[in-house]
Design a protein around this ligand. Structure first.
Ligand SMILES: Cc1cc2nc3c(=O)[nH]c(=O)nc-3n(C[C@H](O)[C@H](O)[C@H](O)COP(=O)(O)O)c2cc1C
Length: 341
């Protein structure tokens, strides 16, 4: 065997458990991205041998129903659905997934509410949850979750405080034998995929790297912003007043981000002056970004919308088909493993 074929064989071996769990050829998920992860990108991902996830986001059950049906017209391969736990119609959305016999459901955005785990599993789907810390990983496994995503703060979108490399070291040795664990956040190349697999990950989840796929419907301005950006442009939103909580989101720096800081100062000043009540002040901050991702992804307003992107954005250098992105990642991972001999 040449070293490259042994690299390929080793990669197949390392990905076998994750690929079997997903029912895909390779253990690479395209993380759900609201507005971006709709039928076209999801089907392209699954058709290329990876695993696509529909981002339900704030969709109604009717819209999710149509999106799943639409995705099925574009692919025969398995794909999953990502639901946000605080969606007011979560149980109805789960019922839609069950009706469509969706094979994998991801619950994002906090611990699964009572009844949701049982409903998903009773419907026959495998359940994947995000584990932001080791204690929560163990708790989720005890609750019957089938697989975990461990996502660090390098990722695009809503983030926690800890880096991928630290979470991977803390969580993989403890739980990777029990359930498949997919590592996410800051992965732009195959060398990193190989490293996390060797640490015990069953596979990986990438978001940022797939935004500029040819099949992605993101607005040309959104893709252009990604192609121009480097790692240091993808910054976490900053909270400036302890009374006004801000859930950190990693996105490209733009005018909207600066105005958000100004808005926090203005609202904090109104609070100090007694011009506004605490609940109203907090709502003003919470609502600032409402609709902002859609404005950027769909309308192309990358100055005032939210251009969510991870630190791996600097490794996104061209628009190319999903299949080529996967081939590049797999090639890099194989080469890295081949070098280890
Ligand atoms: C534009 C964008 C939108 C996202 N929207 C969601 C979402 O709706 N739900 C979710 O669970 N994760 C969301 N994410 C996170 C991704 O699913 C994925 O976990 C993350 O992008 C992986 O890290 P990476 O960006 O470093 O590859 C989003 C990420 C991006 C870049």
């Amino acid at each position: 065997m040449t070293s490259m074929t042994s690299g390929a064989a080793r990669l197949t071996q390392l990905m076998a458990r994750g690929a079997e769990f997903l029912g895909s050829e390779v253990a690479i998920l395209c993380g759900a991205m609201s507005w971006v992860s709709e039928r076209n990108l999801v089907a392209a991902m699954s058709n290329a041998g990876g695993f696509g996830l529909i981002a339900c986001g704030a969709m109604s059950p009717e819209l999710l129903d149509a999106e799943i049906a639409g995705t099925k017209t574009l692919t025969d391969k398995p794909f999953g659905v990502n639901l946000i736990t605080m969606h007011p119609q979560l149980m109805d959305l789960i019922a839609v997934c069950t009706r469509h016999e969706v094979t994998h459901v991801v619950l994002a955005g906090g611990l699964p509410p009572a009844g949701s785990i049982d409903a998903i599993k009773a419907g026959g789907a495998k359940l994947i949850c995000f584990a932001p810390a080791l204690s929560l990983a163990k708790k989720l496994i005890r609750s019957g979750v089938d697989a975990l995503v461990v996502e660090g703060m390098e990722a695009g979108g809503h983030i926690g405080p800890v880096s991928t490399s630290v979470l991977a070291q803390e969580i993989l040795p403890e739980v990777a034998d029990t359930v498949p664990v997919f590592v996410a956040g800051g992965i732009g190349r195959g060398e990193a995929i190989a490293a996390y697999l060797e640490m015990g990950a069953a596979g990986v989840q990438l978001g940022t790297r797939f935004v500029c796929a040819t099949e992605s419907i993101a607005h040309a301005n959104f893709k252009k912003a990604f192609l121009r950006a480097s790692a240091r442009d993808a910054v976490a939103s900053v909270q400036i007043d302890p009374r006004l909580p801000v859930i950190p989101v990693r996105a490209l720096k733009n005018a909207g981000g600066e105005l958000f800081t100004a808005k926090q100062r203005e609202v904090a000043a109104s609070l100090d002056e007694g011009k506004v009540a605490m609940a109203e002040a907090q709502l003003q901050i919470e609502h600032y970004w409402a609709g902002a991702l859609r404005r950027a992804v769909i309308d192309g307003d990358v100055e005032h919308g939210s251009v969510m992107a991870g630190q791996s954005v600097g490794m996104v250098t061209k628009e190319e088909p999903v299949a080529e992105i996967i081939a590049a990642l797999m090639g890099e991972a194989e080469a890295a493993l081949a070098k280890r001999g």
